[in-house]
Write a protein that binds this ligand. Structure first.
Ligand SMILES: Nc1ncnc2c1ncn2[C@@H]1O[C@H](COP(=O)(O)OP(=O)(O)OP(=O)(O)O)[C@@H](O)[C@H]1O
Ligand SMILES: [Mg+2]
Length: 246
């Protein structure tokens, strides 16, 4: 087994409201090895996004520990947490979260701006990532001039531009049709085969079937954790989908 990239120990997030408290995440202990492709499933409100936000250093736990590679992230805050978030983690969201009045290239460059990379290098690194997702020709297009699938690929190029150790995706296919979902999952599987660790939230069993492990949440706890012996091949499914459509 490869070395653990992620270790959570009794990770807990409690939201205190005026009249009640919610344990959005309740003592979750999970280990994820470098190179895994994990699907996170569970009903609405079960804690999936809370878990992802903690893994992504977007939020701090109420209790418990979180280690990312060699860093004990759960004891960091402020700038140290932001640095880990920006340099080591790539995010992909359901609604792409691209800046509308900005070209694909500039959207991909954005994380490099925050890490103070010089302009020429920003441009060349962003172009390389756009090429890696098959969008070199669309670098000058604004999001509105791109299809949903293309916008999500720009978001993936942006997620990759800092060469992160981890890609976190919360419902990345939620706004995409079936064919485009297969295309996106094929891209994530390709990145994973090249060594990227991927953790993805989905409601759809079809989408989860491309992962090599499925972790299921209920009421803030992990209730099931299964290795998938033979994950589906998204590129093969895309080809057969296109044959049927032809
Ligand atoms: N900022 C917050 N303040 C208060 N309660 C919150 C907050 N964020 C989440 N919660 C609560 O924590 C629980 C878990 O929410 P979470 O968003 O993690 O669920 P989820 O599994 O991602 O659901 P969905 O599938 O609908 O996206 C829910 O009961 C939710 O209402
Ligand atoms: Mg959610």
């Amino acid at each position: 087994m490869a070395e653990s990239l992620i270790i959570t120990r009794e990770l807990t997030k409690v939201y205190r409201m005026e009249s009640y408290t919610v344990a959005a995440l309740n003592q979750v202990s999970v280990e994820i090895a470098a190179g895994e492709f994990v699907a996170v499933m569970g009903p609405s409100g079960s804690g999936k996004s809370t878990f992802m936000n903690l893994l992504g250093c977007l939020d701090s736990p109420t209790a418990g520990d979180y280690y990312l590679a060699d860093d004990k992230v759960s004891e960091l805050s402020g700038d140290a947490l932001a640095a880990i978030r920006n340099r080591r983690i790539g995010f992909v969201f359901q609604n792409f979260n691209l800046l509308p009045r900005t070209s694909a290239l500039e959207n991909v460059e954005l994380p490099l701006l925050y890490s103070h990379v010089a302009a020429a290098e920003r441009r060349s690194r962003a172009l390389a990532k756009l090429a890696a997702v098959g969008l070199a020709e669309r670098a000058g297009h604004h999001p509105a001039q791109l299809s949903g699938g293309q916008q999500q690929r720009v978001a993936i190029a942006r997620a990759l531009v800092n060469d992160p150790v981890l890609i976190l995706a919360d419902e990345p296919t939620g706004a995409l049709d079936t064919r485009t979902s297969f295309e996106l999952m094929g891209l994530l599987q390709q990145l994973n085969r090249d060594g990227m660790t991927v953790v993805l939230v989905t409601h759809e069993h079809d989408v989860a079937s491309f992962a090599s492990r499925v972790v299921s949440f209920r009421d803030g706890r992990v209730v099931d954790d299964q290795q998938v012996a033979h994950p589906a091949d998204a590129q093969a499914m895309l080809r057969s989908f296109e044959r049927q459509a032809a």
